[in-house]
Design a protein around this ligand. Structure first.
Ligand code: GTP
Ligand code: MG
Length: 197
């Protein structure tokens, strides 16, 4: 897959009605701070298209990015599990993510991001289970690859796989937004996903 161009298409707040598109969508889910926006920027070769909020408790939006003039869309979901957010705020985020995910006809895949250095949380496991039980192909991206030693890689991937309960056939792709390692592997998976009608 070649990324030719990209642009912000729509920003949805907590009360927004989501736009309906008949272009395939790939959504990115994961804990706050895991690196969703950095991954989107890395894949699109953009420095700052997907903005990183310095105040995760305040801004809750779902951002849609157009890729290659209508070929498909990337969807940056709000991060879940932000420790400093109140229960009420966290519940709102969860509801918003749920509202997006349910009955999204053009959604091809939900990419689950986990930090390569940490054991996935209960929220990550829940998200993974949701993806599988809704018959989406599970694809996990393990972010911040540059933060671990090469020798730790297979152990880290095994911990992620075991904790999520992901079978051997599930792709867990290490990625670094610093070195861009893993970018091609992820784009190759997207090629496969977008081929499925
Ligand atoms: P929310 O929007 O709050 O849910 O966070 P996010 O998942 O979009 O994370 P974001 O991309 O904003 O990254 C959070 C922090 O992690 C930033 O300081 C990034 O620079 C850093 N970061 C993200 N990916 C990587 C990576 O691969 N390597 C390193 N070293 N830092 C990263
Ligand atoms: Mg973000």
């Amino acid at each position: 897959m070649i990324i030719k161009n990209s642009d912000i298409k729509c920003v949805c707040g907590i009360t927004s009605k989501f736009p309906i598109y008949d272009i395939p969508e790939i959504a990115f889910a994961g804990r706050s701070n895991v690196g969703k926006s950095s991954l989107i920027n890395g894949l699109l070769n953009r420095k700052n298209l997907a903005r990183t909020s310095s105040n995760p408790g305040k801004t809750v939006t779902i951002n849609f990015y157009d890729v290659n003039n209508g070929e498909f869309l990337f969807v940056d979901l709000p991060g879940y599990g932000y420790a400093k957010a109140s229960m009420e705020t966290r519940a709102k985020w969860g509801k918003m993510i749920e509202r997006y995910l349910i009955n999204r006809q053009n959604l091809k895949c939900v990419i689950l991001l986990v930090d390569i250095r940490h054991k996935p949380t209960a929220d990550d496991v829940q998200m993974f289970d949701w993806i599988v039980s809704n018959s989406y192909r599970p694809v996990v991206v393990a972010t911040k690859l540059d933060k671990i030693k090469r020798s730790q890689l297979s152990k880290s991937i095994k911990l992620i796989r075991d904790t999520l309960g992901a079978g051997k056939d599930v792709d867990i792709i290490p990625f670094s937004s610093v070195t861009k390692a893993g970018r091609e592997d992820i784009l190759n998976v997207f090629d496969e996903l977008l081929l499925i009608p």
